[in-house]
Design a protein. Structure first.
Length: 367
């Protein structure tokens, strides 16, 4: 089992629920089965669906070697399917229903949380959790567990009391900003030297009082160091790589990695191609594994985790590195980590143990 510290799926869940869709993972099998039934009407859609589930399960169990072969075969088949779709009527399964924008960022935030609650209520296989103990209980019960996190708090403006609202909605990890500059802080796209605003400082202190983990991914350098001066516990960078291997603002310097280590925090490996390497040919699962090796050398392996940031559903330009195109390919990273010398215990730490350690603190009541 892998703990992915950063997933953008709530964005997609919100979009699809507003389009009237439900239970999206299951729909993928349904759509594929219906399509094949149309091509081969002698075979019912139900049989196609069962066949797709069985094949996917078999491939996952057999491991990476078979996955590689199946991927190559699928690439050819996908090309044929693409040709069929391109030559057919110009229709799409995803209807162009208008995305209804609320009047404010806060309205959008309420909308996202409402959609998340609705989706989780319809999916008993996933249990929302608040602590590592709850996560382990869910795992023991055979469920997938999910921590809610906030990527940017622009919605609360300059009012740090908004942190309490996020906490009350179940969020236990949070970033002050995405890449933008807001009333709390400047993001990676802003002035690198700008520090936290006074409201941002109060927000960080409040997060510490609540036991809410501060996430510095997307924060600029000035804000990063301010957070380190204020943090009351472990700080994480849920989805950031190493500037030593890919020098972009969204990645972290070795000094920043060491400072996160000193708080007891963790840095999650980001699969987004542009944060893996400047050279497109080097944007691969193996190169991301080299980021993990570098982090382990600088911080210690107990501070390395996963935060893949898969967002291929957002369209072209949002792809993961080669071999890490989606969550279905996570095993490729661990294949390379093992090849590069990590033992089984270290792989388990990177996969889930390190982030769960950070989240193992008590679930403090609001104060």
């Amino acid at each position: 089992m892998v703990f992915d510290a950063h997933s953008d799926l709530l964005y997609d869940v919100t979009r699809r629920r507003l389009l009237g869709e439900r239970r999206v993972p299951t729909l993928l099998y349904v759509v594929a089965a219906q399509a094949m039934s149309g091509i081969v009407p002698e075979v019912p859609a139900l049989i196609w669906g069962i066949l797709f589930v069985a094949i996917n399960t078999f491939v996952n169990i057999r491991g990476i070697a078979l996955t590689d072969i199946v991927n190559r075969i699928a690439l050819v088949l996908e090309g044929l399917v693409l040709a069929v779709w391109a030559s057919g009527p110009q229709e799409t399964f995803w209807k162009d229903t208008a995305w209804k924008d609320p009047a404010s960022n806060l309205g959008r935030t309420h909308q996202i949380f409402a959609c998340a609650r609705a989706d989780l209520a319809e999916c008993p296989q996933i249990r929302p959790v608040h602590t590592a103990a709850e996560a382990e209980a869910a795992r023991a019960a055979g469920q997938i567990y999910a921590f809610l996190a906030v990527e940017g708090m622009a919605a609360i403006g300059g009012n740090p009391a908004g942190v309490d609202w996020y906490y009350g909605q179940g969020a236990r990890l949070g970033m002050l900003t995405w890449n933008e500059t807001n009333a709390l802080a400047a993001g990676a796209g802003g002035d690198p030297q700008a520090g936290l605003t006074e409201a941002g400082r109060r927000a960080v202190r409040r997060m510490g009082e609540l036991g809410m983990v501060v996430d510095v991914s997307h924060l600029n350098d000035g804000g990063f160091w301010d957070v380190m001066d204020l943090a009351a516990g472990p700080v994480i960078a849920s989805h950031s790589n190493c500037r030593a291997l890919c020098d972009v603002r969204r990645n972290l310097s070795d000094d920043q990695l060491r400072r996160i280590r000193d708080t007891g925090g963790v840095v999650g490996l980001n699969a987004f191609h542009g944060f893996v390497h400047a050279e497109p040919r080097q944007q691969t699962a193996r190169t991301l594994a080299l980021h993990a090796v570098h982090m382990a050398e600088v911080m210690g392996v107990e501070h390395v985790g996963c935060g893949f940031d898969f967002c291929e559903f957002m369209g072209p330009g949002n792809e993961g590195a080669e071999g890490l195109e989606s969550a279905a390919h996570i095993r490729n990273l661990f294949y390379w980590l093992e090849k590069l010398g990590m033992n089984r215990q270290e792989l388990e730490m990177v996969a889930r143990g390190n982030f769960l350690r950070v989240l193992a603190g008590p679930d403090l009541p609001p104060q």
